[in-house]
Design a protein around this ligand. Structure first.
Ligand SMILES: [Zn+2]
Length: 274
């Protein structure tokens, strides 16, 4: 009886040993499955802060520039990634105005041999869809019709399959946290800003022309984290809770993506069943 138990224990230890060793390697990492071969410490994510201090992008319903929202969220995204073991993550802040600045972002990510590029933005609407209201004694523009995040990939990116895979993974992580994408990019009223929805569950659109997506050599995605011209969503986007939710979704999606990329085609086929 005792011998039999000893054999069972020894067998259990032999089986458990590689798993616990791997767990110790990633003691700072969260939620890493034992079957996951992603080398988080070697996987480099570039988190691009959309726009510049001088050319700050859209203006919120209460007069706060988009760049302020982008910088704050991108910093928290970087921290969430570092905390989950992606210690090579780089926060990309660019001072050069477009168009030169946009090529510079891609060139810097390419030179760093990044594995994944994520550009952080906050959304607005075309000028003809904006209405006027007064806030704090100032006339501001708003549009309350289209709250939600949106994800963009380019089919001109060097790794379009990887870009779509990551976009789908991120959309699912956002939706799991009760954040919903805006479908309005498919509407005719968007004019030349109208986009094709390539993943209708995750909210991934095609935007081939975006320079930071087409000039990067690694999978690349642009996130519009929500609409800052929407008067309600602007307030939510300014809260630590909303930022933490988005950052956690990105960290989870990056972990899933890294694991998917680390899987051999044979293992991948066995897991997915086809
Ligand atoms: Zn933007």
């Amino acid at each position: 009886m005792a011998t039999k138990l000893g054999v069972i224990l020894a067998t259990a230890l032999l089986v458990a040993a590689p798993q616990s060793a791997r767990g110790q390697d990633h003691s700072a990492a969260t939620n890493q499955a034992v079957s996951d071969n992603c080398a988080r410490s070697a996987f480099r994510v570039v988190v691009d802060v959309g726009h510049t201090l001088d050319v700050p992008g859209a203006m919120s319903a209460r007069g706060v520039p988009e760049y302020t929202f982008n910088l704050q969220l991108a910093r928290e995204v970087k921290q969430a990634l570092v905390d989950s073991g992606f210690e090579q993550t780089v926060l990309l802040i660019t001072g050069t105005a477009p168009w030169r600045g946009l090529f510079e972002r891609a060139a810097r990510a390419n030179a760093m041999h990044a594995d994944l590029f994520i550009s952080i933005h906050h959304d607005s609407v075309p000028d003809n869809l904006k209405q006027i209201w007064e806030y704090a004694g100032q006339k501001n523009e708003y549009n309350d019709a289209y709250p939600g995040y949106a994800l963009f990939i380019s089919n001109d990116n060097a790794d379009r399959a990887g870009s779509l895979l990551f976009g789908s993974m991120l959309g699912h992580e956002l939706e799991r946290r009760s954040l919903h994408y805006t479908p309005h990019y498919t509407l005719a009223l968007m004019g030349h800003r109208r986009r094709i929805l390539v993943d209708a569950d995750a909210g991934v659109y095609r935007y081939d022309q975006l320079i930071v997506l087409r000039a990067t050599k690694m999978p690349a995605l642009l996130l519009e984290a929500g609409s800052i011209v929407n008067r309600q969503e602007e307030l939510e986007l300014a809260t630590p809770e909303r930022r933490a939710m988005t950052a956690a979704a990105i960290a989870a999606a990056v972990a899933n993506f890294c694991a998917a990329r680390a899987r051999s085609p044979v293992v991948k086929a066995a897991v997915s069943g086809h």
